[in-house]
Design a protein around this ligand. Structure first.
Ligand SMILES: *[C@@H]1O[C@H](CO)[C@@H](O)[C@H](O)[C@H]1NC(C)=O
Ligand SMILES: *[C@@H]1O[C@H](CO)[C@@H](O)[C@H](O)[C@H]1NC(C)=O
Ligand SMILES: *[C@@H]1O[C@H](CO)[C@@H](O)[C@H](O)[C@H]1NC(C)=O
Ligand SMILES: *[C@@H]1O[C@H](CO)[C@@H](O)[C@H](O)[C@H]1NC(C)=O
Ligand SMILES: *[C@@H]1O[C@H](CO)[C@@H](O)[C@H](O)[C@H]1NC(C)=O
Ligand SMILES: *[C@@H]1O[C@H](CO)[C@@H](O)[C@H](O)[C@H]1NC(C)=O
Ligand SMILES: *[C@@H]1O[C@H](CO)[C@@H](O)[C@H](O)[C@H]1NC(C)=O
Length: 446
């Protein structure tokens, strides 16, 4: 038993060092998984839990959403209608009929599996009421905060819209903010200068842009997708192949605006003008103009404030499976009887395991743990907090962390906040007392 326990400690320690060293040598895949919330380690008090920042795996989020169309009766097929190919106004042999399964195009078909032939797709009614605008809102709701981890990709079966806005909500649909504008002519449509994501910098990352990259309407065989580029934005901090996620995580940790930018509860695709493929709309063949979408990709993870590594879909709703004695759909508060200090979001730092910031029982005094949340922001300059066991810190830029150097008095840790192995805490001593860590009596016998 004791042997096994020591093994665990050894392995854990080696793993940590291996990770730190490798991170510093730019081995990206080793750290930053944050897939474990706690692990058992051997200390002087025996086997105890070591808590770490953790988050659920990123996954295809379209399995968990509710879709709403506005206006509600905008889907084609009721009554049945025929529509024409955009390229060829004489090819009007396509039919939409809501009452016949093979000819119906309901919204669910935007989220089903593609790869079969022919593709399945949602389709709107055609632009019969021209010149009154043909506008559709497609709203995707998760009823849960979600962090986006990959590009949002909308694949059109029709020509791509000439004007479109992607919007997001962070408060379950009460308020909406634009994410990106799309148009064949940004100035004309939205009075915005056209930009591409590649023109953004770390300083302008949060700017909302209008792009003309995805709206060339007529090219409908090959260029079918409209994107919201998450990865290009991540790359501004993490490098072109996202090889330095440490830098990104460091930024996410300390910049709430940045974290919020990639966080959503709802998305709304506002289709404002269909592809017309020409300068003039052909009023004799309005059946050529409509929207059709075959696929929408949204990749992300439940936001659990770094207090859960899994998220379950139960009774039609997503919820984090909270650890660290936190609770709530996003692990956003401390459990009853665990409010010994204010709830705090976990931290990605220090890499690779982060800081759990667990909730502690009500009746325990202060624990030997520095206030990490205050360090997160100010650590670059001062905040060399070593509880008097060292007066020297080293700032490691790659890790965006300040680490105490040469902890004395038998202490160890980033802030000299732990006792060395073989030493235990002197309960009656203050954190900065030289006699804080006492040699284990047992140590002498072993
Ligand atoms: C779409 O949603 C926006 C708000 O995000 C609203 O102003 C607009 O009227 C809606 N359009 C339709 C067609 O429902
Ligand atoms: C949808 O419903 C509205 C109001 O109920 C009606 O004015 C409109 O004509 C309908 N549109 C279609 C395409 O059926
Ligand atoms: C959203 O989730 C909450 C719990 O987090 C639940 O009470 C509510 O009924 C859900 N709303 C919808 C529309 O599903
Ligand atoms: C489309 O336009 C052509 C020529 O203008 C006309 O012959 C044809 O009947 C129209 N098709 C439909 C479905 O209106
Ligand atoms: C809550 O804390 C107690 C004591 O600190 C611990 O034994 C228990 O496992 C924790 N629960 C969770 C769900 O982390
Ligand atoms: C941690 O530090 C922050 C910022 O200095 C402060 O607002 C917060 O109250 C502190 N939390 C605790 C538990 O001391
Ligand atoms: C523990 O710390 C207290 C307070 O500094 C000190 O008086 C006591 O001697 C220490 N205990 C041991 C065994 O050193």
């Amino acid at each position: 038993m004791a042997m096994a326990a020591r093994w665990t400690a050894l392995i854990t320690l080696q793993a940590v060092w291996a990770c730190l060293c490798q991170a510093m040598q730019h081995y990206p895949s080793v750290w930053g998984h944050y897939d474990v919330c706690k692990s058992q380690v051997y200390t002087d008090e025996g086997l105890t839990w070591d808590y770490m920042a953790c988050q659920p795996e990123a996954t295809d989020m379209t399995k968990y959403l509710r879709v709403t169309l506005d206006p509600p009766n905008i889907t084609c097929g009721d009554p049945p209608e025929t529509y024409c190919a955009l390229e060829n106004p004489y090819m009007c042999n396509n039919e939409c009929d809501a009452t016949t399964e093979e000819l119906a195009h309901p919204p669910e078909l935007m989220f089903d599996f593609e790869g079969r032939n022919p593709t399945t797709f949602w389709q709107s009614t055609s632009w019969k009421k021209y010149p009154k605008p043909l506008q559709v809102n497609i709203t995707l709701s998760w009823n849960k905060t979600v962090e986006l981890t990959d590009d949002i990709v909308i694949t059109f079966e029709s020509g791509r819209p000439e004007q479109m806005v992607l919007e997001k909500s962070l408060d379950y649909g009460r308020t909406w903010q634009p994410y990106q504008f799309y148009a064949t002519d940004c100035l004309d449509a939205f009075i915005m200068e056209p930009k591409t994501v590649h023109e953004l910098t770390q300083q302008t990352l949060l700017d909302i842009i209008c792009t003309e990259d995805y709206s060339r309407g007529y090219v409908w065989k090959y260029d079918k997708t409209v994107r919201f580029e998450i990865k290009d934005r991540f790359a501004l901090f993490a490098g072109p192949r996202l090889h330095n996620m440490a830098s990104l995580y460091g930024q996410l940790d300390t910049t709430k605006n940045l974290r919020d930018f990639f966080t959503i509860t709802d998305l709304r695709i506002r289709l404002l003008r269909p592809a017309t493929g020409a300068t003039m709309v052909d009023e004799d063949n309005l059946s050529r103009y409509f929207y059709a979408i075959s696929d929408i990709k949204v990749h992300g993870r439940c936001k659990c404030n770094l207090h859960a590594n899994s998220c379950v879909f139960d009774k039609d709703r997503l919820a984090c499976e909270c650890e660290h004695n936190t609770t709530g759909p996003d692990c956003g508060r401390c459990k009853k009887n665990y409010q010994g200090r204010a709830w705090s979001v976990g931290s990605y730092l220090p890499i690779p395991k982060g800081t759990a910031n667990i909730c502690i029982p009500n009746n325990l005094g202060p624990v030997i743990r520095p206030n990490i949340s205050s360090l997160g922001v100010a650590n670059r300059n001062q905040d060399c907090e070593c509880f008097g066991h060292s007066n020297r810190c080293s700032y490691i830029e790659l890790l965006n962390a300040v680490i105490c150097v040469s902890c004395k008095h038998n202490t160890r840790g980033q802030h000299c906040q732990h006792c060395k192995f073989g030493y235990f805490r002197n309960i009656s001593a203050k954190l900065d007392d030289e006699r804080i860590c006492l040699a284990s009596v047992m140590n002498g016998y072993l």
